[in-house]
Ligand binder design. Structure first.
Ligand SMILES: *[C@@H]1O[C@H](CO)[C@@H](O)[C@H](O)[C@H]1NC(C)=O
Ligand SMILES: *[C@@H]1O[C@H](CO)[C@@H](O)[C@H](O)[C@H]1NC(C)=O
Ligand SMILES: *[C@@H]1O[C@H](CO)[C@@H](O)[C@H](O)[C@H]1NC(C)=O
Ligand SMILES: *[C@@H]1O[C@H](CO)[C@@H](O)[C@H](O)[C@H]1NC(C)=O
Length: 297
């Protein structure tokens, strides 16, 4: 009798726990996410991949970095910069204060550049597909916000990077695409190959070597890399995709912001399973901002 009662109790407890887990995941299953991310990958113009060359050179192990790569890492065909999204993306690269202690001063011209990037993004299949998916699954919240408003909010809304200050010093876009110098000491973010290449070209970034490289599918073409670099007098490492379109990266990260905040989410591209890690920042209990997102094997 005793053991039966416990079994009953356990069954109820398990049902409740599983039920809660289901709720937390917003009813979007991992297999739905994998299916969707394969679909997003299908929208990719493979021209990007074929116009980016990598020069990995030395490999680094552990956390003690040294420069084992005398040559630059990426060589990108200028033709890529004519792509409407890439063209407008690059206009934003000089818009932000890298130091997370420094207030952002967003000028009208910079706001205009953000809107022009949103124009181009809203023309893409992947961005619209992801926002529709999130809306259909009730992830975007109540009311009728336009796709532009949703994207603007997730990517360009300014917020403080530190808990103890009230000054807007950061945005998801700045952190993820350009990187920041945290408290004047630590390089963080910079999870984008176009931006990495841009800073390598200008001589601001010195590539030091790679830690990991992975491909998508049965091929040796690198698609996700973990690399060490020196920038503004500091050394760090970062993980990013190579040869992906900006709209694919923004779609994947927007999707995980809504569907799997603060989680490792399993996706699939070109038949390969891997993950995206995403962190959300709650500033003094107010609205949750996308703090960072990057691929991980
Ligand atoms: C912000 O930018 C505007 C336009 O460039 C400039 O006039 C203004 O002085 C700047 N403010 C600060 C606090 O840097
Ligand atoms: C959202 O828009 C649809 C279609 O335009 C409309 O039927 C619906 O009532 C709107 N919902 C809200 C909450 O405004
Ligand atoms: C996808 O996988 C196939 C076969 O596994 C491979 O030939 C192709 O290059 C891969 N595509 C990319 C973009 O990595
Ligand atoms: C991957 O490609 C290699 C070389 O083309 C081939 O020998 C191998 O069978 C392939 N593996 C799979 C799982 O398709």
């Amino acid at each position: 009798m005793q053991s039966n009662r416990w079994t009953g109790f356990l069954l109820v407890a398990i049902t409740v726990i599983v039920g809660c887990m289901g709720k937390k995941q917003n009813k979007v299953t991992n297999s739905e996410l994998k299916q969707l991310t394969e679909e997003l990958f299908g929208y990719e113009d493979q021209i990007f991949r074929s116009r980016v060359e990598t020069n990995f050179q030395g490999q680094l192990t552990g956390r003690r970095f040294r420069d084992v790569a005398p040559q630059p890492f990426l060589a990108v065909d200028d033709e890529i910069f004519e792509n409407p999204v890439v063209k407008r993306l690059r206009k934003l690269f000089d818009n932000y204060e890298m130091d997370t202690n420094q207030k952002e001063n967003v000028t009208l011209e910079e706001k205009e550049e953000e809107e022009r990037l949103l124009d181009a993004l809203l023309e893409t299949n992947s961005i619209n597909r992801v926002i529709n998916f999130c809306s259909d699954h009730g992830l975007v919240g109540k009311g009728n916000r336009t796709h532009r408003e949703i994207l603007r909010h997730v990517w360009f809304q300014q917020y403080p990077r530190h808990q103890n200050i009230d000054v807007a010093t950061s945005s998801a876009f700045e952190h993820i695409f350009l990187g920041e110098l945290k408290r004047g000491r630590k390089l963080t973010g910079l999870h984008n190959w176009v931006s990495f290449n841009n800073a390598e070209r200008s001589g601001d970034i010195d590539y030091w070597g790679y830690r990991l490289k992975n491909s998508l599918g049965n091929t040796t073409i690198p698609a996700v890399v973990d690399v060490a670099y020196r920038y503004v007098g500091h050394v760090s490492s970062t993980i990013f995709f190579i040869g992906t379109s900006p709209e694919l990266e923004m779609s994947l990260f927007t999707l995980c912001y809504f569907a799997r905040p603060n989680k490792y989410y399993h996706i699939s591209m070109n038949g390969t399973d891997f993950g995206i890690k995403t962190y959300v920042m709650n500033h003094r209990g107010r609205h949750a901002h996308l703090a960072t997102a990057f691929p991980q094997y």
